[in-house]
Design a protein around this ligand. Structure first.
Ligand SMILES: [Zn+2]
Length: 150
């Protein structure tokens, strides 16, 4: 698919599990269990793309996008957090960092300080991301609000 198909149709490409809140990717699953998508003939891991989209932060080689729900096909940004190969997902510092990033991004703020210096926007990889970023955030906001009030 193209970037546009992916970004526009994002919220139709996963199924929310009402029990866990997981957004289970339904388009393609890698043999490792992660959701994958082909954009312009390049394969991307969807949970990583979601993390980049929401946090405006492109993880380094040492950093992994982990699942707090332990469910590899899940692409719910609320279930994604940054870890390293040494300290996986039990690290509370990492969870704190993720929480702050999530909230500040949702509130329309941006990263401040050192995080911002490290931040590398993904627009170079997927140019249309900037165009649809706001739409995706809005979709996610709506989904979360809906869930919390339900
Ligand atoms: Zn999940």
């Amino acid at each position: 698919m193209t970037e546009e198909t992916f970004l526009k149709g994002l919220n139709t490409l996963y199924i929310e599990d009402p029990e866990t809140g997981c957004w289970n990717w339904k388009k393609g699953i890698h043999h490792t269990g992660y959701g994958v998508v082909d954009i312009n003939s390049k394969q991307y891991r969807v949970h990583k793309l979601m993390y980049i989209l929401i946090n405006n932060y492109n993880p380094t080689k040492e950093e992994l996008v982990c699942h707090s729900c332990d469910n590899p096909p899940c692409v719910n940004p609320k279930h994604l957090l940054l870890g390293t190969s040494q300290s996986n997902m039990t690290d509370m510092v990492i969870k704190g960092r993720w929480k702050g990033g999530w909230k500040s991004t949702l509130n329309g703020g941006s990263f401040k300080g050192s995080t911002n210096n490290k931040a590398k926007l993904s627009e170079e990889q997927i140019p249309l991301i900037s165009q649809y970023k706001q739409k995706i955030k809005t979709d996610i906001l709506i989904a979360n609000e809906f869930k919390e009030s339900a």
